[in-house]
Each structure stands twice: as structure tokens, then as C-alpha cells.
Design a protein around this ligand. Sequence first.
Ligand code: ADP
Length: 190
Amino acid sequence: MLNLVLFGPPGAGKGTQSEKLIEKYQLIHLSTGDILRSEISNGTSLGLEAKKLMDQGVLVPDEVVIGMISNQLDSNKNARGFIFDGFPRTVAQAEALDRLLNTKASAISGMVALVVDSEELEKRLLLRGKDSGRPDDANPEIIKKRIVEYNSKTAPVANYYREQNKLTTINGVGTIDQIFDSICSVVDAY
Ligand code: ADP
């Protein structure tokens, strides 16, 4: 099984690259952000709770997203593998993911981290906010808050995989196809 963690700050291009990767490698895309937004549009109680936090640019509780991922793994038993996008976002989530995969005799193959400077990130997010309809992309203060959350809680997740020799960093600035080719050369080596 190929289990890839696609990592990087908000706006790094994880969603864009995930779309291309799932097509090429026939993987299931698990984006916790997308799952949360679909809970919001379905008006579930989980969605209503999550929306309050997401609109402020802060993370939703670990147990909520871990439960969502666990459900997704159970309902995709015959998958060839998964791309985890926007998850794990804390070290506690990374540890829980290892435990979940372990119960399925599986493991993370590797993490690919997209590196993009903060000026470029803010530019991309504001541009996305113009037509994505995402309230958290439209407001510069919320974007800053998400980057602060990323630096304090999420960035340490890269070390978690580095310690397991599973981390590769990739330049996330360039054309979509250039970045895709760099990711593929890492994935092909797994
Ligand atoms: P981006 O990567 O552009 O910030 P996402 O769509 O991945 O956007 O996430 C949007 C919001 O959803 C986050 O700011 C956070 O509130 C929530 N969220 C998504 N994934 C997680 C997660 N794994 N843990 C906690 N909160 C999450």
C-alpha cells in the first residue's frame, strides 16, 4: 500500500497536487479540510461545531479529525493507498495515524513537504479567497492566524517523520507540472 502524507502550510498547493497524484497512482484522497467543509454544507452537528473554529483559523480538536480519518480508512478497505492532505496537523494526530494504520498492517510510506515562502502563501490564499467562497481565505487576519497555527502546532509534524527517515522536502514554487514531477520522482522511489 502507498500511503503518502502531503505536507505544507496553507496555500502550499497540497490540494492541487493531490488531484494529480490520485489520478496517476490510483489513490484515495483524504483531505480533512474537504471532509469538514462537506460536514458544514450538510449541516451536521460536527460541521456546525467545526465551522466556528475554521472561520477563526484555528484547528478543530484532534479527536474529531482522527475519528473522521478512521471512518474513511474503514470505508475504503480495498484502496491501493491514500494521500493524506491537511492531516496529520499535530504530532498527536500523527501518532494516532500510525496506530490506525498499524491495526490494518499498514504504515506511512513517506511524507512529501512542499516548501513555499510566507509572502507567496499570503498572495495565493487571498487570490483563492476571491472565488473559492472559503471565508477563511478572504480575510488577511484569519490567514495570518492559520499561518501562526501552522508554525506552532503543525510544523513539528515534519520532525516526527524526519526522525523516522520518512521526510522529503520539495520546492513548492514553480509551475504545477514542475512540482508534480518532483513529487512523482519521490513517490516512484517508495
Ligand atoms: P488549508 O490547508 O488551506 O489551511 P484546509 O482545507 O486543509 O486548508 O483546512 C481548513 C481548516 O480546517 C483549518 O484551518 C482547520 O480549522 C480545519 N482542519 C483541517 N484539517 C484539520 C486537522 N487535521 N486538524 C485540525 N483542524 C483541521
